[in-house]
Design a protein around this ligand. Structure first.
Ligand code: SAM
Length: 283
């Protein structure tokens, strides 16, 4: 008998991965948590039946959500990661000696527990002495904070369920206040391809544009995400993501990556015409 994991991308599109076995299944106060073993993608995490990460392609997402802002401000010292309970973004951040403090605000303790046990590839640096894990709602955590961070990374689920609040104007406005004057916000910003994802992407972009003076969108190809075409938001009070890229300084760090490099950084912000139109429609 064959076992398959299937994600519903739209009413008419399914994405399936052959599964060897299920390693974990749990129901937290916030969501259903599943971890599988697969021949093609290794181990993978799903939340409420939606793909979150696989061992084979998580490096793309975590390198792009961390190294893009860090190559613009390689001296970022105080970083807030909202969501990201699998630890992949934290793992990439701990590779920077300049980073002094990482606050990880993850609403669901069970996600961290399951990833520590079954996904050491991403959770391997959660015990770094610079990391503080707070099990609370990121929307509430940022309220009232002023100038505390150089970088905020919103590594959230999709804009429904516990993640819904992390796509609101209130949240982005509070993130702007929680950043210092040179602060950068990056967020996973859904996909431009299927209609429902594109609408969610436009809504997030509009709210970020209304909260930050500089706001751009970049892209990556993530095979196991809906359509494979994934977007990230880059917003800042001071830095432009390509004009202020510190390529030489970043390259001197000698960080070995599997996807990110400073030439791809520039290319990631060169968007397809249909994506530019979607963004311009809400700017
Ligand atoms: N980093 C992975 C990837 O490659 O895309 C997946 C994202 S990570 C698993 C998303 C996390 O956001 C989940 O662990 C979820 O519990 C957390 N989350 C959702 N809503 C949240 C909220 N309001 N505050 C804090 N964390 C939240």
């Amino acid at each position: 008998m064959e076992l398959w994991f299937t994600e519903k991308d739209t009413e008419n599109v399914r994405f399936s991965i052959k599964v060897d076995k299920q390693l974990y299944c749990g129901q937290s106060d916030f969501q259903r948590i599943d971890i599988f073993e697969s021949p093609e993608f290794g181990r993978f995490l799903t939340l409420d039946g939606y793909m979150m990460l696989t061992e084979k392609d998580e490096c793309i997402y975590h390198e792009m959500i961390v190294h893009v802002p860090m190559a613009v401000n390689p001296q970022a010292k105080r970083v807030l990661v909202i969501g990201g309970g699998d630890g992949g973004a934290v793992r990439e951040l701990t590779r920077y000696r300049s980073v002094e403090k990482i606050d990880l605000v993850e609403i669901d303790r069970e996600v961290v527990r399951a990833c520590r046990r079954y996904l050491p590839q991403t959770a391997c640096r959660l015990d770094d002495p610079r990391v503080t894990i707070r099990y609370e709602d990121g929307l509430k955590f940022v309220r009232g904070r002023k100038g505390e961070y150089d970088l905020i990374i919103v590594d959230s689920t999709d804009p429904f369920g516990p993640g819904e609040g992390l796509f609101t104007k209130e949240f982005y406005g509070n993130c702007c206040n929680a950043l210092n004057d040179a602060g950068i916000l990056v967020n996973q910003q859904e996909s431009p391809f299927y209609h429902a994802d594109a609408v969610a992407m436009q809504r997030a972009h509009k709210r970020i544009v209304e909260s930050f003076p500089i706001s751009r969108v970049y892209q990556a190809h993530i095979p196991t995400y809906s359509s494979g075409h994934w977007l990230f938001g880059f917003a800042s009070k001071k830095y432009h993501p390509t004009e202020d890229l510190k390529a030489e300084e970043w390259n001197r760090l000698g960080l070995k990556t599997r996807y990110y490099n400073t030439k791809l950084h520039l290319g990631a912000f060169a968007l397809p015409e249909y994506v530019k139109e979607l963004l311009e429609d809400v700017e």
